[in-house]
Write a new protein. Structure first.
Length: 396
């Protein structure tokens, strides 16, 4: 049966990385895949991660299975990070957290869970959204619908169009939101806009699903959870998916979580049994190492403070690259206004480059960017900025 199967289409982002690896140009630049790089173009291991690993090696006494939902310490640490210990949902014990294999794994568990309990539910996603969202929720059996989010001309949030679309959502459908550092636009709602969004979803009886993959990379650890906290405060039921690839640098460890917020502690306990069942039918239980690193760092006040400092350094470097990119384009004589890039947040920017311009950058300059024009700002360095901006100027 396998002989008749045609090759699957390449992933638009990971396929780009494969092409980058094959490129023999020593000056090639990869601005496609969403991985943080330091000023030397390397993906570093955080000092706090090294310290936590050293402790774990010494303390390790078993490699037995974790429970289906992962360790209790990890779950508590995630809730404290994502919502805060004083958030009403946490105080009222209305939240339960399951460890997941990365943010992607958490999204898939959420999709399977929703489809199992509400087979006819649709999932509404921002236009645009992360390219892999489509794949994940299609595979989970959900029907995909989009709502307006980004105005490409004004480079602003299409709030009126977004709210108008959300007001038409049928009860019981799911709405996917980005907790901060919207991927790919880098444009987030303000706190007041978050309140309007949350109230609209509550009024419609829709289920918010928050993809929270970049906490700490916008403004700060606490500041970046404000939107998620508002939604959890207003809406009685929420699903929150966390990823610790970017803010802990634990890409290969695949560390994520799915946090359920229910209307009561009793409802939380009942509903969480279905999340456990969903996990059991998929990967059974999670790996230990990456989550233990996160729990160790967040559970030690000194380590946590040091980690928050490391995240701030990552955030500052990304923001500095945004400013340097805009300034260097201006020095190259580019007349188009790219200043909007300095107001976007997180690792990504929606550059406004066309698909043809992106292809020309790849073919002529060995600069790799996703076809939509999304740029990974973290791939920019002081060393490659001049060449990058010269190439961009040549294709405009």
């Amino acid at each position: 049966m396998f002989e008749q199967i045609q090759a699957a289409p390449p992933d638009p982002i990971l396929g780009l990385t494969a092409a980058f690896v094959e490129d023999s140009n020593p000056d090639k630049i990869n601005l496609g895949v969403g991985v943080y790089q330091d000023k030397n173009g390397k993906t570093p291991v955080l000092d706090t991660v090294r310290t936590a690993e050293e402790r774990l090696v010494v303390a390790k006494t078993t490699r037995s299975y974790l429970p289906i939902e992962g360790s209790r310490e990890y779950g508590a640490a995630v809730q404290d990070l994502v919502l805060g210990a004083e958030h009403r949902v946490v105080r009222e014990k209305r939240a339960a957290t399951a460890q997941a294999p990365g943010g992607t794994g958490g999204l898939r568990v959420a999709g399977d869970f929703v489809h199992k309990l509400r087979p006819n539910a649709k999932i509404w996603m921002s236009d645009p959204t992360w390219a892999n969202h489509d794949n994940i929720f299609k595979a989970a059996g959900l029907e995909l619908v989009s709502y307006p989010y980004y105005n490409a001309e004004s480079k602003r949030l299409r709030l009126e169009g977004m709210i108008a679309a959300l007001k038409k959502i049928p009860e019981g459908d799911v709405v996917l939101l980005h907790g901060c550092c919207h991927n790919p636009t880098g444009l987030d709602p303000t706190p007041d806009q978050w309140r309007e969004i949350a109230q609209t979803l509550k009024d419609r009886g829709a289920l918010p699903l928050i993809d929270f993959a970049y906490q700490g990379l916008s403004t700060g650890i606490v500041e970046d959870r404000e939107g998620t906290g508002i939604v959890a405060e207003v809406c009685p039921e929420v699903l929150i998916v966390s990823s610790f690839s970017k803010n802990f640098g634990l890409y290969g460890e695949r560390v994520g979580a799915l946090t359920l917020v229910a209307s009561s502690a009793e409802a939380r306990a009942n509903i969480f049994t279905h999340i456990r069942a969903t996990i059991r039918a998929n990967y059974s239980n999670p790996p230990t190492h990456g989550a233990a690193i996160v729990a160790t760092i967040l559970g030690d006040p000194a380590l946590r403070a040091q980690w928050e400092g490391e995240v701030a350094e990552i955030r500052d470097r990304i923001n500095n690259m945004r400013t340097l990119f805009v300034e260097t384009l201006q020095k190259k004589g580019v007349k188009r206004d790219f200043s909007f890039i300095t107001s976007q947040k997180g690792m990504f920017s929606f550059s406004g480059l066309t698909e043809d311009q992106v292809q020309e950058l790849r073919d002529k300059h060995s600069i790799y960017i996703v076809g939509s024009g999304r740029i990974n700002v973290a791939g920019m360095t002081p060393g490659n900025m001049d060449r990058l901006c010269e190439a961009v100027a040549s294709v405009l």
